[in-house]
Design a protein around this ligand. Structure first.
Ligand code: NAD
Length: 344
């Protein structure tokens, strides 16, 4: 029976991995520690490694994993900005779950927008204290407002459909627009200047790092709402905080934060948060922060577990690895996977 070293385990991870592991014939050792250069040695004597969004799969970790003789890391997520593919190439196969539920993330994005706009988070706290005042709770109709979607892949597309149900006027920016679609594409600058609400659904890479920075915010409408359920570093958080302070940005909902690795998924309610930008954002009445939870539905967790274990099963059975990704194919370059083989 093949054994998997499972890093950064939370109780909800086990629900579906435990349900499917016997079907695939795997034994899973759940480690609470995140995967990083200091913990990689824990993978010794295991046949595979399973990692998540805030694990560090950089150069040093990969070197350490190679020492343990690891041959495959199964990411139980879609994003892969935390992986050093160049270092892994030729040594460790990286597989992922490219799509598990675009609905989970898109629906959470709309939940954040509705909550933020109609001040539900504030009303909830008030009525629990028998404060039934409506002062400062005014929102706006979404009907006919313009929403700019950055990234029109699986999640962006699903969110566009939800927005259309609310009769929002949808515009979008994507350097690789969908062909023959009903999406109204504009340039990045047009999206910034025309949108009442901006929502991020693109991957994090060197082109998109701090895509929303001081310069981009400067182009936006005064009072714009910004939603980010994609990756924290798409936004320069300090620039966002300043723009919220000077009221250029009207409100923000963040499911992700650029320095989230040190905080998200942990109960730090008894600790002092050593990050003034995060503290500043959380302290604002017009900011909602959720802890990278947009994916967290039963349907998504079930698909994540099933596809992750299928990926590993394909690897051990010498079958094609359709969900493998390497530094070549993730940039759209040719690698041997294009010929129906593995990346290397
Ligand atoms: P996808 O690959 O289907 O779509 C990404 C889209 O972004 C593509 O259409 C691509 O062309 C576009 N894009 C690439 N570079 C761009 C740029 N410079 N500007 C604008 N658009 C660009 O991915 P997806 O499944 O829709 O996921 C989108 C992102 O959502 C992922 O990269 C991940 O970071 C994030 N995500 C977050 C959670 C969460 O729980 N918060 C869960 C899953 C995914």
């Amino acid at each position: 029976m093949k054994k998997i070293a499972f890093f950064d385990t939370k109780p909800y991870d086990k629900i579906y991995f435990d349900k499917f592991k016997d079907e695939f014939g795997f034994e899973i050792k759940y480690f609470e520690s995140k995967l990083n250069p200091d913990t990689a040695h824990m993978a010794t004597k295991y046949d595979a490694v399973c990692a998540f969004v805030n694990d560090d799969i950089g150069k040093e970790t990969i070197k350490e994993l190679c020492e343990t003789n690891a041959k495959i890391v199964a990411m139980r997520c879609a994003g892969y900005n935390n992986v050093n593919f160049k270092e892994a190439y030729g040594k460790i196969h990286i597989v992922r779950v490219p799509a598990y539920s675009p609905y989970a993330v898109a629906e959470h994005t709309m939940a954040l927008l509705l909550c933020l706009n109609r001040k539900i988070h504030r009303a909830f706290n008030r009525t629990r204290e028998y404060n039934f005042s409506l002062n400062s709770l005014i929102g706006f109709d979404l009907n006919q407002k313009t929403i700019g979607i950055i990234g029109t892949g699986k999640i962006g597309r699903t969110f566009i459909d939800i927005c259309k149900g609310f009769k929002l006027n949808v515009i979008a920016y994507d350097p690789y627009p969908q062909k023959n679609s009903d999406i109204k594409y504009v340039t990045f600058d047009e999206l910034c200047t025309e949108s009442d609400i901006i929502s991020l659904h693109c991957p994090l890479n060197k082109d998109t790092n701090h895509l929303i920075n001081e310069k981009a915010i400067e182009k936006m409408k005064k009072g714009v709402y910004i939603l980010n359920t994609s990756r924290g570093s798409l936004i320069d958080s300090e620039a966002l905080l300043n723009a919220l302070k000077n009221k250029k940005v009207g409100a923000a909902a963040l499911d992700v934060y650029e320095e989230e690795t040190d905080f998200f998924y942990e109960d730090l309610s008894f600790k002092i948060i050593n990050d003034d930008v995060l503290s500043g954002l959380i302290s604002m009445p017009n900011v909602i922060v959720t802890s990278h939870q947009a994916f967290l539905t039963h349907e998504a967790l079930k698909n994540i577990a099933y596809v992750t274990l299928s990926n590993l099963s394909h690897y051990f059975n010498n079958e094609n690895l359709e969900n493998e990704i390497c530094y070549k194919c993730h940039k759209g370059e040719e690698c041997s996977r294009k010929e129906g083989k593995r990346c290397f």
